[in-house]
Write a protein that binds this ligand. Structure first.
Ligand code: FE
Length: 176
């Protein structure tokens, strides 16, 4: 009879080898929904963005959008996919008949143009967005009026962090 390997006292064994050379650093942001207002950059009337991950080598960004008003926010066309997780409140696109509310997941395909609105009666919405590529802001006929991507976002966050005393380079901790 073969001897039986004794069960390890614990299977909580960390990976023993080094991580690959060239790997970018990992990231853990505690209190992503921070009450520290300095971390929330204004991005419009009663709208703020809290950066979590600004990825300049793959061209995407992850942020929390917080809006404390109802009505029209913006109309835009996406060059890349977007994933959204609604944390609080609700919002909708005028082009769709659904309403995304707390707990909802939304996928926005590349190529789609839509008009973001917060319904009456919603005093605050917070959504985690992962945005690949760029948002091109457009008029109802699709004519471009501006754009945002990870690089314009970084510029805005740098200006904001500088203005609240954290320093422009505060943004670097979110970059990969
Ligand atoms: Fe969108």
């Amino acid at each position: 009879m073969n001897s039986v390997t004794p069960a390890p006292s614990s299977d909580l064994i960390p990976y023993a080898k080094p991580q690959p050379w060239g790997m970018v650093g990992d990231m853990m942001i505690g209190a992503a929904l921070s009450a520290d207002e300095r971390l929330w950059a204004p991005v419009g009337q009663d709208s703020w963005s809290r950066p979590l991950h600004l990825n300049v080598s793959a061209g995407y960004y992850v942020h929390l959008l917080r809006v404390r008003r109802s009505g029209l926010l913006q109309r835009h066309r996406h060059s890349g996919p977007v994933h959204a997780w609604v944390i609080k409140g609700r919002w909708r696109y005028l082009e769709h008949d659904w309403v995304a509310e707390a707990g909802s997941y939304v996928f926005e395909p590349p190529g789609e143009t839509h008009t973001l609105t917060v319904p009456e009666g919603c005093s605050e919405m917070i959504t985690l967005f992962t945005v690949h590529g760029s948002l091109m802001y457009v008029d109802p006929q699709g004519a471009a009026t501006g754009y945002d991507d990870v690089f314009t976002r970084i510029e805005k966050y740098r200006d904001h962090f500088e203005s609240v005393g954290l320093g422009a380079d505060f943004v670097k901790q979110f970059m990969r």
